[in-house]
Design a binder for this molecule. Structure first.
Ligand SMILES: *Cc1c(COP(=O)(O)O)cnc(C)c1O
Length: 452
């Protein structure tokens, strides 16, 4: 009998997150202050984020960090998530590869984002915060944060990228259902939003504009902290619960991945599934290949440059050393809203420089081809973001047909696409297009960054 699903008992759920910074041979460069270029310390971040998150952000010493008891109890409402062997997909492709996916779509919010929303709200509450703010692109992070805020008795204010609010109106409804206040960004409710609208009245918004507005609200409101669903080190840390579970489940399957693949917006689901396995490349001589799949309309991993750049459009955040397309970069309005971010995050950028992983860029149509095949074989409609991971997996599985190799490929299914059916409708009626940007566009956007 073929076994398809690998399930962990509650008692087997890991009780610590894995902090790869502690094991990295080359530590990531520090974030720096935009005016003084001084490396930032915990105190410099603590007026924006919960203190515990700031400590985790800059922690390059402790490889294992305890998951607070209360967060672990909340995790148990939906964790452990299943690891699944995708036999039907393998068969449809005719590949000798063994394809596994970790299914992070099976929680009430529908994506991996809840894994970090819960601890961020927990720490905020512990520290006496009453309000949290954030930005959201496709709406998954906003939905997860709105729910987690409610769980911990916090008020949530969410800035949602304007274009995605129109593409995915139900995500705003979800956030409001959980009790959050939702505004389209750029909005007239912050100085940053007003400036952006004044410069361009038709601005459709981006993660960059929404981050600027949420940070401004957090820094000008008492007892209010900003939270982020991607990019930062502490977010990737919380997501390592994915890979740590997967490691146990792969062992149950009697296999170890030759390749680990995830889609890439700011790197949290990628880091979440990849870092626990990458640990064995760094420490134990394993040779697993790590692939981050980005949209080719927003190719910071494959065509961006390593610079100090702002995390947001208005320039409110510290400067981060990362592969970037420039903070003014305006990605095309692709449906994978969660992948429309200009930078790669600090840890991943260093890992790319060190040759421990690499990016691959996927055209929009190829991502939906992959998503449709996955839906028709495995019965799950993937989020447009996750389709990029599936497309990269299919590319690798097809290579195995040529070489005859039985590679073990593990990918992360970061979320389901049930609230993204407009995107699928567009694809099915032939209305979707590919977007590719020119080298000139990339170069001109990089002008506002700092060379390293
Ligand atoms: C937010 C999101 C992403 C992209 O964010 P990462 O931090 O790169 O993981 C990918 N998939 C889904 C379903 C998301 O909600």
């Amino acid at each position: 009998m073929k076994q398809k699903k690998y399930i962990l008992q509650e008692s087997e759920i890991p009780t610590q997150w894995y902090n790869i910074q502690a094991d990295m041979k080359t530590k990531p460069m520090p974030p720096i202050h935009p005016a003084t270029h001084e490396p930032l310390k915990v105190e410099d971040l603590a007026h924006i984020f919960p203190l515990e998150c700031c400590k985790q952000e800059l922690d390059t010493e402790h490889a294992w960090i305890d998951i607070p008891e209360d967060v672990l109890e909340k995790y148990k409402y939906y964790r452990a998530t299943p690891l699944v062997r995708a036999y039907a997909l393998e068969e449809a492709l005719g590949t000798p590869a063994h394809i596994y996916f970790k299914n992070e779509s099976v929680n009430p919010l529908g994506s991996h984002k809840i894994n970090s929303a819960l601890p961020q709200c927990y720490y905020a509450k512990q520290e006496g915060t009453t309000n949290v703010t954030t930005e959201t692109g496709a709406g998954q992070w906003g939905a997860a944060l709105s729910y987690a805020a409610k769980v911990y008795g916090l008020e949530a204010a969410v800035y949602q990228v304007k274009i995605s609010m129109r593409q995915k109106p139900y995500r705003s409804s979800i956030m409001r259902t959980f009790g959050a206040t939702v505004e389209g960004s750029p909005s007239m409710s912050t100085r940053a939003g007003k400036d952006i609208i004044t410069a361009d009245p038709n601005h459709q918004g981006s993660l960059g504009t929404a981050i600027s507005e949420a940070v401004e609200l957090a820094t000008t409101t008492p007892n209010c902290k900003y939270t982020l669903g991607s990019v930062l080190n502490h977010v990737g840390l919380h997501q390592t619960i994915i890979g740590l579970e997967a490691e146990k489940q792969m062992a149950m399957a009697g296999e170890y991945p030759d390749m680990v693949i995830a889609c890439f917006g700011g790197g949290s689901n990628f880091g979440g599934i990849a870092f626990p396995f990458m640990r064995h490349n760094i420490l134990d001589g394993k040779t697993t290949e790590f692939i981050a799949a980005e949209p080719n309309s927003c190719p910071k991993l494959t065509r961006g440059e390593f610079r100090y750049d702002f995390g947001d459009e208005a320039g409110y955040t510290p400067l981060l050393p990362m592969y970037t397309l420039g903070h003014n970069f305006r990605p095309a309005n692709i449906h994978a809203g969660g992948l429309r971010y200009h930078g790669a995050g600090v840890i991943v950028s260093q890992l790319i420089k060190d040759g421990l992983m690499h990016g691959v860029d996927i055209p929009q149509l190829e991502s939906f081809d992959a998503g449709i095949l996955f839906a028709r074989t495995e019965g799950i409609i993937p989020a447009p973001e996750s389709c990029h991971a599936i497309a990269a997996t299919i590319r690798e599985a097809k290579k195995c047909i040529e070489t005859g190799e039985e590679k073990v490929i593990l990918f992360n299914l970061s979320g389901h696409g049930l609230i993204d059916m407009t995107a699928y409708d567009n694809y099915l009626s032939g209305d979707l297009t590919n977007y590719r940007i020119t080298d000139e566009e990339i170069q001109s956007n990089l002008e506002g960054t700092l060379e390293i």
